[in-house]
Design a protein around this ligand. Structure first.
Ligand code: USQ
Length: 394
């Protein structure tokens, strides 16, 4: 299948290009290389060194014996997007090309507005380009489990049947985002749903949980194919940060009570799920929603697992509670469904400790890089506004 990846240079986009190519798909993509700039802006660095775009292209050619059409450009520039679609004629479009960090979107007015403008406009451009140039193409849009928030009832996959004043309907499940970034994804969901309805587009909106992992099998031993892994307060997500912290002997940073529960999934599960969505497109005019995660865990459960795995490889990791810089419920009900991908053949990894071990062994080789940037481990971006470093509370 001809698959276009928007955001092909990112944490998910680059592994997906390799993974889909290894599974026989014809891939092309675009990226403005902004992730590299954002991480530098917040003082971070990828714990694993990553190759430049040019080195990545050479490594791809060495691995697959063909060149990769990976263009540098801005998805908010409609002319750029339309030209790409005319040249490549995609059958599937995977949209991973957005600003993905909740804390980054909370820094100040400029970061909030930029995040929403960039994310909402570039998704609209992809929708328009599909409708004008490739109307049969299937949009696989990366949303987030965080769109739902943490309601005190079970979370279905996008829609639920509701009875109100004696009448019944199937309606979108309420979205209650927890950051300006998550809110941008809610806008995207509404726009994508609307576009499917009026233009008859096919779309899968992926409500993905928090991804972790340093590599996928298909990267082999070529270090130029490796993905980035961030550990700063903005682009480092919980398990990735905990593993980086463990290997340098920094306490694992639990925010607040640490009883916040989220869906998590290894990088390789994310790749499998995206492939299943791509290879099983919906009918024209169908907008469907998949909840995509391996399992739900509290952050304390994860920190304890990281500590246990660290102990197995001879590292004594300490867990500490820090003031929570975010406005979020620290103890809550959480029961999201995850059936539609299983119905398509997804088999959740199960043993996530083995993934954590693989990560820590990879990260041990790059301890110096993490140590040199350890000051980005303690958060200071606050949801109530302004900046103040979180103190230890327990
Ligand atoms: N947390 C800690 N300590 C840390 C980092 C995070 O306790 O050092 C806690 C946070 O308070 C939060 C939870 O872990 O309750 C998850 O935080 P995160 O930074 O791992 O993930 P989040 O900000 O929710 O965002 C990430 C990705 C985003 C994606 C989202 C999926 O950055 O792109 O949309 O995960 S979800 O969380 O399901 O919305």
């Amino acid at each position: 299948m001809r698959v276009f990846i928007a955001g092909i240079d990112g944490y998910l986009g680059w592994p997906l290009a390799i993974y889909l190519s290894a599974h026989g798909h014809h891939v092309a993509g675009a990226d403005l290389l902004l992730r590299r700039k954002w991480v530098a802006e917040v003082g971070g660095v990828s714990a694993q060194p990553i190759a430049s775009r040019e080195e990545r292209l050479r490594a791809f050619e060495d691995a697959f014996g063909r060149s990769l059409d990976f263009r540098v450009g801005d998805l908010t520039d409609y002319g750029f997007v339309k030209d790409l679609f005319r040249d490549f004629q995609p059958e599937a479009v995977v949209h991973l090309g957005q600003m993905p960090s909740a804390p980054y979107s909370m820094i100040d007015q400029a970061h909030c507005v930029w995040t929403q403008q960039n994310n909402v406009v570039n998704n609209l451009n992809l929708l328009w380009a599909i409708q004008e140039v490739a109307p049969d193409a299937h949009l696989v849009k990366l949303g987030t489990m965080g769109e739902y928030g943490t309601p005190n009832v079970a979370i279905p996959e996008g829609f639920f049947e509701v009875e109100f004043r004696g009448r019944v309907d199937r309606l979108p499940f309420p979205r209650q985002a927890g950051s300006w970034y998550h809110q941008s994804k809610v806008h995207d969901s509404h726009n994508t749903h609307f576009a499917s309805k009026i233009w008859g587009l096919r779309a899968t909106d992926i409500m993905q949980g928090v991804v972790f992992g340093t590599r996928i099998y298909e990267m082999g031993d070529d270090l130029r194919l490796r993905s980035r892994i961030d550990f700063d307060q903005c682009f480092g997500t919980a398990i990735n940060r905990f593993c980086c912290q463990a290997v340098i002997g920094h306490p694992l940073t639990l925010f607040g009570l640490g009883k916040q529960k989220r869906g998590f999934l290894p990088l390789k599960d994310s790749m499998t799920c995206l492939r299943l969505a791509i290879e099983n497109p919906p009918e024209k005019g169908e907008y469907r929603v998949f909840n995509q995660f391996e399992n739900a865990y509290t952050v304390t459960e994860l920190a304890l697992m990281v500590r246990a795995v660290a102990a197995d490889i001879g590292i004594a990791a300490e867990i500490r509670q820090y003031e929570n810089p975010r406005a979020e419920m620290e103890e809550h009900y959480y029961q999201p469904d995850r059936q539609r991908l299983v119905d398509l053949g997804y088999e959740p990894t199960g043993d996530i400790k083995s993934v954590m071990k693989e990560m820590m062994l990879d990260l041990l080789e790059n301890r110096d890089r993490i140590e040199a940037h350890a000051d980005v481990l303690i958060p200071d971006i606050r949801w109530e506004g302004g900046r103040r470093r979180s103190r230890v509370i327990g």
